[in-house]
Design a protein around this ligand. Structure first.
Ligand code: ATP
Length: 338
């Protein structure tokens, strides 16, 4: 059985439409008009035990709403979810023991207490033995360096420090499944790397299952074996990064350092069959135009060298950021399991 399973999840929100002004306010109270928004239209996927899956999608795609249904915070309007063998929104207590969750934008720690106090309270809530708790805390400290600020009141922690404490708190009761909604928000690159090392450790050494949402492309590149992309509340891709590149990418690019704007043949525009993706100073990135006659990398190199005076040229894999942008702009929903 998969550790996480979402089957045809749907979530609609009904909210009162509020028109401006006092009359609008009164009307909303006396004769409210409702607006129904489908945040999640149809989301199905499964995550195996010991797998890390990145749930990706543009702003407003329905990722957080999906995670909220999988963590039991929201009840689906239709469809169902099973996490660690239980239905999260029905068996809340069993679910709480099974999962850890971090919502980067919010904290589960007590605002006016030092983080370490929150850890003690959570230890008592979950009934974790004192020595197991101390060992787990020591391990988290060795990976995240949290002892440097765990005696500071949570309200005085920086955003990055606070999320590190939240991450530790989510792992203290040793849950088999971890949900992370934008966990590296506000973290610098050194701290982000610590979090990635922790997640690799949790998945590879502890067999924990991790479902992660992020807008950080390097995180996806370094961590995720598999991704699910949602757009307009539907799954548009379920597969590996390679599948994502095949589906939404153009494959390869040529990175060239062009001397001046000098063109050897005096012709205007890009060499035939190529388009300029971006140009920063003398560095220009080309990609093949899609169509009947797609150039081979070798032909592309030849045409660029023929046209421009170049000091450096290489074939590179397309930026993942660009592939993701293409995926997010893709307006044709429908399940495509790669
Ligand atoms: N409680 C709510 N009431 C009404 N609409 C909501 C509610 N929660 C979310 N929505 C709407 O549902 C849609 C999906 O929101 P959600 O937060 O799931 O997106 P997301 O993919 O997590 O986006 P982001 O990357 O910006 O965090 C959005 O249009 C949002 O405005």
């Amino acid at each position: 059985m998969p550790a996480i399973e979402a089957r045809g999840l749907v979530k609609t929100f009904r909210s009162v439409v509020r028109k401006p002004g006092v009359r609008g306010g009164l009307r909303a109270l006396l004769a409210p008009e409702y607006e129904v928004r489908r945040a999640v239209e149809d989301v199905s996927f499964a995550v195996e035990q010991g797998e890390l899956l990145a749930l990706l999608g543009p702003n407003g795609a329905g990722k957080s709403t999906t995670i909220k249904m999988l963590t039991g915070i929201l009840t689906p309007s239709a469809g169902s979810a099973v996490v660690g063998g239980v239905v999260p929104y029905l068996a809340r207590e069993a679910n709480a023991r099974n999962i850890g969750a971090v919502f980067g934008q919010r904290t589960q720690l007590w605002w006016d207490l030092p983080a370490r106090e929150s850890f003690r309270i959570l230890r008592d809530i979950y009934g974790v033995g004192a020595s197991a708790h101390a060992a787990r805390l020591a391990e988290l400290d060795s990976l995240l360096g949290i002892s440097a600020f765990w005696n500071t009141r949570v309200r005085h922690l920086s955003l990055g420090q606070r999320v590190l404490c939240d991450l530790s708190a989510a792992l203290l009761h040793d849950p088999p499944v971890l949900f992370l909604d934008e966990p590296t928000i506000g973290m610098d690159i050194v701290v982000k790397e610590k979090v990635r090392a922790l997640l690799r450790h949790e998945v590879e050494q502890r067999g924990r299952t991790v479902l992660l949402t992020t807008h950080d492309v390097s995180e996806v590149e370094r961590l995720a074996g598999r991704v699910v992309i949602v757009n307009h509340g539907r799954v548009v891709l379920d597969g590996t990064l390679e599948h994502m590149r095949q589906r939404f990418g153009s494959g390869w690019q040529v990175h060239a350092t062009v001397v001046g704007t000098h063109r050897r043949d005096g012709a205007a525009g890009c060499p035939r069959g190529l388009a300029v993706v971006r140009s920063e100073g003398s560095r220009t990135v080309f990609e093949p135009l899609q169509g009947a006659d797609v150039l081979s990398p070798h032909e592309a190199l030849g045409r660029i060298i023929e046209r421009y005076e170049v000091t450096d040229i290489s074939i590179e894999q397309e930026d993942l950021e660009q592939v993701l942008r293409a995926a997010y702009l893709d307006a044709r929903p429908g399940v495509r399991t790669a």
